[in-house]
Design a protein around this ligand. Structure first.
Ligand code: AMP
Ligand code: MG
Length: 381
């Protein structure tokens, strides 16, 4: 039976507090963590739902509050390099160089775990995921609590990750005692996950730190788990990171992605939008600042600008949640294959769409496009 959630959830606007009140709020948050409770806090990637990483019971509360499958391990957040040593005894000079270059920052590193790290935190795996976030509130909370903090994204399992404290409140109200509101996050998609337990590093989840950034420092090849590479990603390839196999980031409406030259994409989305609206469906369209004015739907939004792909990453989850809030039953989106951030953005979007995507080409006919390739059952038209 589903648990009745009736806890009082306090949301603290940290930017409104003076130095003393801020410190007092962080003291209280730290105490909650030490006592085995949960606190949501901002990181530079998305909001996290934190608990004492070395306390199996506390970690179990995270799974309960999120409704998260228990085989999906948590990332342990640290504030000092020495803490990485407490989690893993296998930090080679190559791994250390990666840590020192990218930490604090949006990179999670998988290493063999020490026996003291509870199975409840690692989902029973012999490895542990470690990250040092750069957001000052995250670092302060870790230091004040005196604990390493296990934290997944602070959304209900399956929903888009939260990029504001309001998103966290929406999902976690009644389930956790405290949210530290640090305003909207900066990056907006989760950390790059790098598995360093094998001979050569493998990216298990693409993120803001790109394969190019990593190989420059590593000095050798960085592999991308084929199960998460946007061009080969399919429902039936098994991902190495347990969490990547779950439906994730999904809005409630049916999301379909379009790929191809901009004019063909616009024409195809408008054609499908018109068809759906005629059938009485409320249509949401996700374009960019460059294309927003060309679309006809019930809700049309620019997720960001193609001139600045980081704005697309930052706006993605907010837009998916907005499509839900505005009750869009059918959602059409452009694709975003940027060279650096494309893998990270398309990994989330393809999963959110349940892999529904349609490739289009410009066409000469009245409609202005034709379908080159689709994996949508029935062809969608
Ligand atoms: P979240 O923080 O909710 O975005 O999810 C954390 C991600 O890290 C999930 O996809 C997990 O499967 C992955 N992860 C955590 N620990 C490990 C590990 N030891 N090995 C592989 N993947 C991991
Ligand atoms: Mg998550």
């Amino acid at each position: 039976m589903d648990k009745a959630w009736s806890m009082k959830t306090e949301c603290v606007r940290m930017d409104l507090l003076d130095e003393d009140a801020r410190s007092e709020a962080l003291d209280r948050a730290g105490r909650i963590i030490r006592e085995g409770g949960l606190v949501a806090f901002p990181t530079e990637t998305v909001y996290g739902l934190g608990a004492d990483a070395m306390n199996a019971q506390a970690a179990a509360r995270i799974y309960e509050a999120k409704g998260r499958p228990s085989d999906n391990p948590l990332i342990v957040h640290i504030a000092d390099f020495a803490e990485a040593e407490a989690l893993s005894g296998d930090i080679s000079p190559g791994v250390r160089k990666i840590m020192e270059t990218f930490w604090p920052g949006p990179l999670t590193i998988i290493l063999p775990k020490r026996p003291e790290v509870p199975d409840g935190t690692t989902g029973g795996l012999p490895t542990v995921a470690i990250r040092m976030p750069s957001h000052p509130l995250a670092a302060e909370l870790i230091r004040k609590s005196g604990r390493m903090i296990a934290a997944p994204s602070a959304n209900l399992s399956g929903r888009p990750s939260p990029t504001t404290a309001d998103h966290v409140y929406e999902d976690m109200k009644g389930r956790i005692p405290m949210i530290l509101d640090g305003g909207p996050v900066n990056i907006g998609i989760e950390s790059t996950i790098l598995d360093m337990t094998e001979e050569e590093p493998v990216i298990l989840r693409p993120g803001y730190i790109s394969p190019r950034d990593l190989s420059r420092v590593w000095g050798g090849q960085i592999h991308l788990d084929p199960a998460v590479a946007s061009r080969t990603m399919k429902k039936d390839i098994k991902a190495k990171a347990p969490g990547m196999k779950y439906r994730h980031y999904a809005p409630k409406g049916r999301l379909t992605l379009f790929e191809g030259p901009s004019s063909a994409v616009t024409a195809a989305i408008n054609a499908l939008s018109a068809k759906d609206r005629k059938a009485g469906l409320r249509v949401g369209i996700i374009g960019t600042e460059e294309t927003e004015s060309l679309y006809k739907g019930d809700v049309v939004r620019a997720v960001g600008s193609r001139q600045h792909p980081e704005t697309i990453a930052a706006g993605l989850y907010r837009i998916l949640r907005e499509m839900d809030d505005l009750n869009c039953a059918s959602i059409y989106s452009e694709s975003f294959y940027d060279e650096d951030l494309g893998e990270a953005i398309m990994n989330r979007l393809l999963k959110a769409a349940g892999y529904r995507h349609i490739k289009v080409k410009p066409g000469l006919g009245e409609e202005g496009f034709f379908i080159e390739e689709t994996d949508v059952p029935g062809g969608a038209l």
